[in-house]
Design a protein around this ligand. Structure first.
Ligand code: NDP
Ligand code: HEM
Length: 582
């Protein structure tokens, strides 16, 4: 499939532009800081002592400041949901960038790790140079206490020229300065925390043991506290009086060693004379200027989310569906949500710290104030949770009167949070592709259309649902048939183009119930032929912009993403919107 530039720009242009801007900002900041310490008059003597190590350590520190302030912003989920939902961000292109918030967060996180390695390496070189190039001329510039410092555990006496060791310890590596200074110790702690966060953030750990990721990732609070302490060290100093003491000048009473006597006699009148001693003072830390804003914003976000999710929800019904799917209907005061959004569940009886995201399959409306999710029992958390909801394995479903609520486990709901599926209504034509339980983001969309399809921009919906087993379609069979009948009654049979695929079948199967006839007549065997589907949609929607939404196994989203970027079909542009819990 040839790449279509227009499709590629429509799908990838925005995020690549943000990436280029972010890389540009990092590069500019690194170069600007590097040159400041390389050529800046106020750092002339410090640069003389430390060389490139000074420039690289400071330039990498500036990039760390930038990314430590950016890394939290994509995780202000409620703020992002507000921006997406209220159309504060009017452009759909800009709103679609919100889907990449987690990716941007990871990019900043990786930049923090990479530049931390650069920063630490450069400072290790600086520590050696502080010791080897100890300056007798400007003692206040030093971090080491004397040239080739030897650190003893005991005090020792100094003569005017050379220290006299009174302790019997062997000369220690001057880099042990790191273990006895605030910047050194805090720097080591920061590296250890980052190492834990980075390694525990890997996909395999997040999928296999989310708790490990969650525990280690919340070390970010400790990370920021130590980071603020780290920078107050005041180890690096700048010259404050370079007008009165031009860098490189020599004091009047000192001859210039490289000049003969009569030449140095001119020391009085020529540029060599300094009007006063060089004076230095520690750099004022900038990190808190960078991180205080995003940190306060994120803390406000977590406080808001804590207050909002602090009261347990009321479980009003638990329904067991085929293929290990459980439907949960709940009531929560003042809970409003839009189709396509998701919530995060916390059930202390299962795990105090585990929070699991689930897409809403039913949003509260005027007619029905319950919110609902469908969860597939696939892991230890969902298994334990289901046992608590339906202790009796044989129980089909329980729609309990309110009086019996006390039996259910306490359940806390955080959210709702935004996702790309909210954009389905903002296209004239949308294609929703669901793989298995990945249908959940689109269930709310179908509910919303059932409640009233006319007031959306959406004029045609292609709905493709691929499942392993035929029974899976029963999860939303009622909903699909109800929408189908409503559209036929309102004379818009072409509004919904429904295609169901059952991929694992050992022979012809069908949905036999008469009431589900609209489904059985749209049921096909095997996987969809995506290219034919795109060509068909392109032919019937020439020169339009079609929103493509996908939720399901990665294989499907990868295939659809590639097709959206490939040759345009009859001038139609397909915009790919991948579902992820951003
Ligand atoms: N909001 C969200 O982000 C949500 C995401 N999900 C995700 O959705 C996925 C659904 O899981 P599950 O229900 O187990 O799905 P399944 O593993 O049962 O797969 C569903 C269907 O997708 C088909 N399929 C897989 N790859 C392709 C492909 N490349 N082309 C065409 N068809 C394909 C399978 O066909 P075959 O049998 O031939 O392999 C199968 O029929 C999960 O990975 C889950 O993480 C789920 C809910 C919400
Ligand atoms: C100093 C560095 C970092 C900080 C301060 C940081 C902070 C955070 C915060 C506050 C969250 C939000 C948790 C929530 O509200 O749900 C988060 C989530 C996340 N972080 Fe980081 N992080 C850092 C580094 C990284 C790195 C290096 C990676 C990956 C390589 C990473 C991957 C993730 C992922 C994938 C999530 C989303 C978890 C989810 O929603 O499933 N982070 N991070």
């Amino acid at each position: 499939m040839a790449l279509s530039v227009r499709s590629w720009v429509a799908n990838e242009g925005g995020k690549h532009l943000v990436l280029v801007l972010w890389l540009g900002a990092n590069t500019l900041l690194f170069m600007r800081t590097f040159l400041l310490y390389y050529c800046g008059q106020q750092y002339h003597y410090l640069h003389q002592m430390l060389g490139l190590g000074l420039c690289i350590s400071r330039a990498s520190a500036a990039v760390l400041n930038l990314n430590c302030s950016l890394v939290l912003l994509p995780m202000c989920r409620s703020l992002l949901t507000y921006l997406r939902g209220t159309h504060t961000v009017t452009s759909r292109k800009a709103r679609r960038l919100l889907d990449k918030s987690k990716t941007f967060h990871v990019a900043c996180g990786v930049a923090i790790c990479v530049f931390s390695v650069v920063h630490v390496s450069a400072h290790l070189v600086n520590v050696v140079n502080f010791s080897v190039r100890y300056s007798e001329e400007f003692p206040s510039l030093n971090v080491a206490r004397y040239r080739g410092e030897v650190r003893c555990a005991h005090s020792h006496t100094h003569t005017h020229t050379q220290p006299v060791l009174t302790c019997g310890l062997l000369p220690q590596d001057p880099r042990l300065i790191i273990l006895t200074t605030v910047p050194g110790i805090t720097g080591i702690l920061l590296v250890l925390i980052l190492f834990l966060m980075f390694t525990a953030s890997s996909y395999c750990i997040r999928v296999s043991n989310y708790e490990i990721f969650w525990y280690t990732h919340n070390l970010f609070i400790v990370f920021y506290i130590i980071l603020i302490v780290h920078v107050v060290g005041g180890a690096l100093k700048y010259q404050t009086n370079f007008e009165a003491h031009p860098p490189g000048c020599l004091r009047a009473n000192q001859t210039n060693p490289d000049k003969t006597e009569e030449e140095s006699g001119q020391a009085e009148g020529d540029v060599w004379s300094c009007r006063e001693e060089a004076r230095f003072q520690p750099n004022s830390p900038e990190t808190w200027l960078w991180v205080s804003g995003p940190l306060c914003l994120y803390c406000a976000e977590r406080l808001y989310r804590y207050i909002r999710s602090n009261s347990p929800v009321t479980i009003v019904a638990v329904v067991r569906h085929p293929c290990d799917v459980i439907e949960l209907r709940m009531l929560k005061k003042d809970f409003n949500a839009h189709p396509g959004q998701y919530i995060v569940l916390n059930c202390p009886s299962v795990s105090s710290f585990e929070n699991h995201p689930f897409t809403l399959t039913a949003c509260p409306t005027e007619k029905k104030e319950t919110l609902g999710i469908h969860l597939r029992v696939v892991g230890d958390w969902t298994e334990r949770f289901t046992e608590l909801l339906l202790p009796d394995p044989g129980a089909e479903s329980e729609i309990l009167p309110m009086v019996q609520q006390r039996r259910y486990p306490k359940l806390y709901v955080d959210g709702p949070f935004g996702s790309s599926s909210q954009e389905v209504f903002n296209y004239e034509v949308s294609l929703c592709v669901a793989g298995g339980i990945g249908v959940t983001p689109f269930a709310c969309v179908l509910h919303a259309l059932l409640d009233g399809w006319r007031h959306f921009r959406l004029r045609r919906l292609y709905f493709v649902w691929v499942c392993r087993e035929l029974q899976s379609f029963y999860w939303f069979a009622e909903l699909l048939c109800a929408l189908h009948h409503k559209l036929w009654q309102e004379n818009r049979p072409d509004y919904l183009n429904l295609q169901l695929f059952v991929s694992q079948t050992d022979g012809l199967q069908n949905i036999s119930e008469e009431r589900y006839r609209p489904l059985s007549s749209r049921l096909m065997i095997g996987r969809p032929r995506w290219k034919l589907l795109f060509e068909e949609i392109g032919r019937t929607n020439k020169h339009k912009r079609v929103g493509v939404f996908c939720c399901g196994p990665k294989g499907i989203s990868r295939t659809l993403h590639r097709l959206c970027n490939s040759d345009r079909y009859s001038g139609t542009t397909f915009e790919f919107n991948k579902e992820s819990f951003s």
